[in-house]
Design a protein around this ligand. Sequence first.
Ligand code: ATP
Length: 366
Amino acid sequence: MAEVKLVALEKKFGDISVIHRINLDIADGEFAVLVGPSGCGKTTTLRMVAGLEEVTGGSILFDGKAVERLEPKDRDIAMVFQSYALYPHMSVRDNMAFSLRMKGVSSAEKKRLVGIAAEMLGITDLLDRKPRQLSGGQRQRVAMGRALVREPKVFLFDEPLSNLDAALRAQMRIEIKRIHQRLRTTIIYVTHDQVEAMTLADKIVVMNGGHIEQVGDPLTLYRRPVSRFVAGFIGSPKMNFFPARLLADESGLHADLGEGIRIEMPQERDAAYRPYAGRSVEIGIRPEHLLDDARPIDSGAVAMDVTVDVVEPLGSTSLLTFVLGGTSYTAIGDVALMRRPGGRVRLRAAAKDIYLIDPESGRVVH
Ligand code: ATP
């Protein structure tokens, strides 16, 4: 196991800079997930850690030792890719044992390590098959097994589940989490799927345009996003952002959302929000915090009356879409009400669940 540090890590392809001097600390045994939209630099960062991509500047430390000039084979890492990269002519057993053979491990030890990994992944029955005789999910397990047998210091995963269907992805997610709980090996895992990031990570690293936007545990990122980008990226369905004007009167601060909708700002945020009085801002409210009036809510709530556009029943709740100023927004409704499109509904949110965003900097004002 190892502690991993990225120090002012930089990557250029020709003249184009794609990773801009990022710093990151991953503790020994931590499950870190790099997440962000396509092209933000997740894979490039992971490939630099793996040694598959040269670094342009900065350093990568494993337990304080610089590894950025070492060959991949000398870094004591194991990587699992989206494409399983199995040898088609070899059995599952031989695929899993391949790296051990290269290391000169004895056959008894090879058998033991393959046996443990196969058992952990539930593929003991498949050891004599060839990759073409396996389903996608089974192949991904073999690819993971091949990484597990090496008992590396650091596991690197590059979108390992993206070729699987939704049900299998959910199942494999639980298995990866279970394996990490058992082995406690440091993991760096790349995905563009924020649900995968939320459910797997001890530490989420949100990347955007070659920078790190925010690092934190899943709930901190969900509750205290630093920016509009993180607020919009973490959480599903996505946070609503209402363009508004912040106004002050004798009763305090309120946000005017247009169409007669006015939200009272919580008293305790007065000091932080006061500098925005008279200015354009954005108000962020998550759909799951914008509830119709059948659902209980704390006191100190704000309310807005809107017209329902679309209702999507989900079972225990419904997703309500409504339109304000030509933009669609989402709220969670009580299924029992079965609001009809065109009907009016009062939506409420607790004061603590309202975010104010500086539209110029994109920062969330806390
Ligand atoms: P995705 O989720 O789509 O895989 P990503 O976040 O992993 O995206 P990267 O693959 O790391 O993003 O790419 C980061 C940026 O670097 C992109 O703009 C990409 O076009 C660029 N890039 C990646 N590899 C190369 C290369 N070999 N040559 C030139 N540019 C590259």
